[in-house]
Each structure stands twice: as structure tokens, then as C-alpha cells.
Ligand binder design. Sequence first.
Ligand SMILES: [Zn+2]
Length: 149
Amino acid sequence: MVAETNPSNQSFVVRIPEDHYQEMLAHVIDGYPNEACGALGALNGTVVKHYPTRNAAEHPDDFSIISESDIVHIFNDIDAYDGEMIYYHSHPISEAYPSVRDREWAQRSGYLYVIFSLQYRPEPPYARVFRINAHGEVTEGHIERIPVA
Ligand SMILES: [Zn+2]
């Protein structure tokens, strides 16, 4: 068996169908100048559903949190198809990399983190994906955008 090659030499791949990716872009642009957030449901590394949510953080220009009630609804929905939850949010002015606070939250939740940055506005936001382990160590993966027929 031939090992799966990873052209970008990154450790894992998240495939996002282009229609979902465009919805996520619209959601983070709409949230500007605040951080915007939401979740994705994935099966075997491929995103199958997009859940845009409001940002429930006390200071939404500085952090993002999905409200408890939204999270419960999303969990139940993803559970129904045995999917994996991915958390995504935007950084309005800073790079697409987990902040100290992001790492603290992520090491508790264990979710993959997709982070958009709007730092190069009016250029379109760009996105990166990260796995953050229980020690707060960050590993970057690769986002593959899948064309939709
Ligand atoms: Zn962040």
C-alpha cells in the first residue's frame, strides 16, 4: 500500500466543499469588525455541514464563543450523523493563527480549529486549520477546497 502523499507537507487535511467555504467567507465578512464564529460537521475529514452562529463573547471584537444553547443544538445534529465537530472563527486584524486564549480553549475542547484572517482587507479573508493538543501544542493541517459541480 502506498502512503497518502501530502503535497504541502502538513500533517492532516480538511476538505471543504466550495459552497460551504463561500458561506463561511460571507459569515466572517459579515461579522467584521468583530470576530465571527461557527461550526462545521465533518465525516472522515470532509465537511458535510456548516453551522454559522452568532458570537456570544462579552467582547466580540477580541474573542469568539458559541453560546451554550447553539452548541447543544449543533452537537445533537452532528451526533445524528456521527460526524466530527470543527470550530471556526475569524481574526479581524491579526493573522490566522491560534491566539494564547484560543490555545487554552482548544486544548480543553479538542476540536480542530479553522481560523480566518481579515488582516489583508480588502483582499479576501484567508483560512488555515490547526490541531491543538492537550498540552497546547499547535499542528497545522491543510485546507483543501473541493469544487462543487
Ligand atoms: Zn482566535
